[in-house]
Design a protein around this ligand. Sequence first.
Ligand code: G3P
Length: 217
Amino acid sequence: MKFFIDTANVDAIRKAHERGMVDGVTTNPSLVAKEGRDFRKIVDEIASFVEGPISLEVISEDAEGMIKEARDLNSWIDNAAIKIPMTWDGMKAVKQLSDEGIKTNVTLVFSPNQAILAAKAGATFVSPFIGRLDDVGQIGMEIIEAIVQIYANYGFDTEVLVASIRHPIHVYEAALIGADIATIPPSVLEKMVNHPLTDAGIKRFLEDWEKVKKLKT
Ligand code: G3P
């Protein structure tokens, strides 16, 4: 399972990278806006140490505009994946970009049928937003299960990138289903290491080792 980091915060990405947990990065306009910094500068900084795909999102709504923006974003760095929204114009753009060898990540996916369209258009990644489905009372993880199954049925190459992850259980469930990638906010990654029995175990081992040390002297 690959871990992408879902943020545009360079310090947070660096921290996760130093821990060996960054196979890629996903950004979106809201995450970039949060940083209050120049987009290009942020992207260059991330690309200076992240080797995996870095998702950069277009804001055009028509296919022609998306393609133009995608080509430009793709020229910024060697490892861009262009995020394209799930619309018919988006699908036109994905088809064209995939023909040109540009990596794409179809975003704002909320149903298995949308994921089928993304795969047929030739998307590199598909991003179903599970937390936002949970928010409206639909179990988001159910569409991950369906999409993984459908892609396996037909041997689609598009990788399932579970997005809008809100807590560690989302990561666990995505892994159980066999999703290719989870894009994880830094706060959720931070929580994944925690277990009270681990803390208690370390404490007890250290206390017992103090006893061993006393025996030596
Ligand atoms: O990458 C975008 C996605 O993860 C958004 O998450 O929490 O805004 O639904 P959220």
